[in-house]
Design a protein around this ligand. Structure first.
Ligand SMILES: [Fe+2]
Ligand SMILES: [Fe+2]
Length: 172
């Protein structure tokens, strides 16, 4: 991590976004492969992508929900505003991910099932669309507001909370 990212917690979250967008591009192309032919190789790649969602992405979401939103909430309405939209999209993402993982597990057992393949393609593409739009909204609206409003001491508080959460996850 470079010094700037260490000092600016928002930059740290933005770096995560870039990485997530790269993984989403891989997910999209893997789904195209599944559409052509269901093979164990591509299903294994999708399983690895799910692990990426389960760990770094879920941690990223925790950092936003527990370290950014409470502080940013002092400047924005908690209900009906952009934070409420982000929280809602996080919950939809969690549901999509769960369904994607369940469908993938079943398809690995029954790779000839077209119904499962279609379900996986549908939910996977919904997931890509949701997260891409979500990241763009955070980058263009939420993080811009945060950069404008948060004081240096609030950014330090945010960094402190982020490190506390990350260390607690590592300890589990
Ligand atoms: Fe988010
Ligand atoms: Fe995010």
């Amino acid at each position: 991590m470079n010094t700037e990212a260490r000092e600016n917690p928002l930059l740290r979250l933005s770096n995560d976004h870039e990485e997530v967008l790269e993984v989403l591009a891989k997910l999209k192309s893997d789904l195209t492969d599944v559409e052509r032919k269901v093979e164990m190789g591509v299903l294994s790649r999708l399983k690895n992508i799910c692990q990426y969602f389960e760990q770094p992405v879920n941690l990223h979401i925790r950092l936003e929900e527990e370290a950014l939103f409470p502080i940013l909430g002092q400047y924005l309405p908690r209900e009906g505003g952009p934070i409420a939209v982000m929280l809602y999209e996080h919950s939809v993402y969690r549901e999509f991910l769960k369904e994607f993982e369940e469908t993938l597990l079943l398809l690995r057992r029954v790779p000839e099932s077209m119904a499962l393949r279609d379900r996986l393609l549908y939910i996977g593409r919904e997931l890509v669309q949701l997260l891409t739009g979500h990241i763009h909204k955070e980058e263009r609206i939420l993080f811009v507001l945060a950069n404008l409003n948060l004081t240096l001491s609030q950014k330090n508080e945010m960094l402190f909370q982020m490190e506390r959460i990350q260390n607690a996850e590592v300890a589990i």
